[in-house]
Design a protein around this ligand. Structure first.
Ligand SMILES: NC(=O)c1ccc[n+]([C@@H]2O[C@H](COP(=O)([O-])OP(=O)(O)OC[C@H]3O[C@@H](n4cnc5c(N)ncnc54)[C@H](O)[C@@H]3O)[C@@H](O)[C@H]2O)c1
Length: 353
């Protein structure tokens, strides 16, 4: 079966996890040996059916390098878990636009290479799906690459919190071009938002009344620094809205990123506080810390979304594909409870395989 051809916009930590994951799982023969994936096989596709055919960045140490090398270039700090052989994909230079914010500028040396015609490179590489992995504050750049995907007739996966799949104007553009679009803001495989929502649902289903809750996290990747600078409020609004939707009543809810701690490297520490009452107003408190590594947390969901996008392309879905958005993203066009989103996703895969 021909592989699903993918282009990466931004060769940062998430791209590193994705490329390393493709290599890591390429050696697996039996389905039971696929440890660490939610769906080893999805609609008949395994991670071996995914192939990166193009990649774009603006950083001196990444542009012009083979992808296998660029994913380990500074300031990337996602852990190296596997040696990636040469891929033959050379990272090409796209336009900078608002790709790099003030706070991360000192970490990134800009490439002086010539910018390529991104849409032509996408076409020549036969890319079917463009995955946007730019920093979260790169709004103009994200939109510019979405236009390139439209020109090159590729489906678009928006992992960033820029509103594209949830923006009616972009939905219309992709619908008119007959192309699928998913986003916005990828969910983590073992995410603090999902864990927070699950805890709140468990407590409220048991009859507890939650009065106040917050979830804040600190991380050491460039993305955490960029978030502090440019998208803290937007990310907080997305997460808070998503968490609040898991309670069947109003409560004081705050959820979002709080700070950058460089020595954490690509690690993330998430803190949860939940306060409420149960039988006869007896008080309950949860005070919890949850530690993960950021980039690998994107890998499994990206694998799922990319394979489901291939099904969407095969079946000529156009515009925002709601079940995929609700399953894989924190700010979909239509928010669904976690279980309903998973069911809708599985139904989509079954019906389109
Ligand atoms: N678990 C996760 O890591 C996770 C989960 C959900 C969402 N996301 C989102 O995924 C995105 C990527 O996260 P990351 O940790 O890989 O970020 P990162 O900062 O490590 O990587 C971003 C990359 O984009 C490059 N870049 C900047 N401007 C560019 C331009 N104009 N053209 C091409 N490349 C450009 C940078 O040089 C860098 O290599 C973020 O928007 C983040 O919010 C990540």
């Amino acid at each position: 079966m021909p592989k699903t051809k993918i282009a990466l916009i931004g060769v940062g930590n998430c791209a590193s996890a994705l490329v390393q994951g493709l290599q890591f799982y390429s050696k697996i023969e039996k389905e039971n040996d696929y440890v660490g994936l939610r769906y080893p096989s999805l609609g008949g596709l395994t991670p071996k059916d995914l192939q990166i055919v193009a990649a774009f960045d603006i950083a001196e140490h990444k542009v012009g390098k083979d992808l296998s090398e660029a994913i380990f270039a500074k300031p990337n700090n996602a852990p190296k878990v596997v040696k990636v052989p040469k891929t033959g994909v050379i990272v090409q230079k796209g336009p900078l636009l608002d790709g790099v914010g003030e706070s991360t500028r000192h970490l990134i040396q800009f490439s002086t290479a010539k910018e390529v015609d991104v849409a032509s490179v996408l076409k020549k590489s036969d890319a079917e799906i463009v995955v946007n992995l730019l920093p979260s504050g790169a709004t103009k750049a994200s939109e510019w690459y979405a236009e390139q995907a439209l020109t090159a007739e590729c489906g678009f996966v928006n992992a960033t919190p820029t509103f594209i799949a949830s923006n009616p104007a972009w939905m219309k553009k992709f619908t008119e071009k007959g192309l699928p679009l998913v986003g916005d803001d990828l969910v983590d495989q073992i995410g603090s938002t999902a864990l927070h929502k699950t805890l709140l649902q468990l407590l409220s289903k048991s009859g507890a009344k939650i009065t106040e809750t917050y979830q804040l996290d600190v991380g050491g990747g460039a993305e955490s620094l960029d978030t502090m600078d440019r998208t803290r409020d937007a990310k907080r609004a997305i997460k808070t809205q998503s968490v609040a939707s898991s309670l069947p009543y109003k409560a004081e809810v705050v959820a979002g990123s709080t700070d950058y701690v460089d020595f954490l490297q690509n690690k993330r520490d998430s803190y949860f506080w939940i306060s409420g009452v149960y039988f006869c107003n007896a008080p309950l408190r949860i005070d919890l810390k949850f530690s993960t590594i950021d980039a690998p947390n994107a890998g499994s969901v990206l694998f799922d979304v990319l394979r489901a996008m291939k099904l969407a392309l095969n079946r000529k879905h156009k515009g925002a594909v709601e079940p995929l958005c609700a399953y894989g993203f924190k700010h979909p066009p239509k928010m669904m409870p976690l279980e309903a989103a998973e069911e809708a996703f599985k139904k989509f895969v079954d019906e389109n395989s």
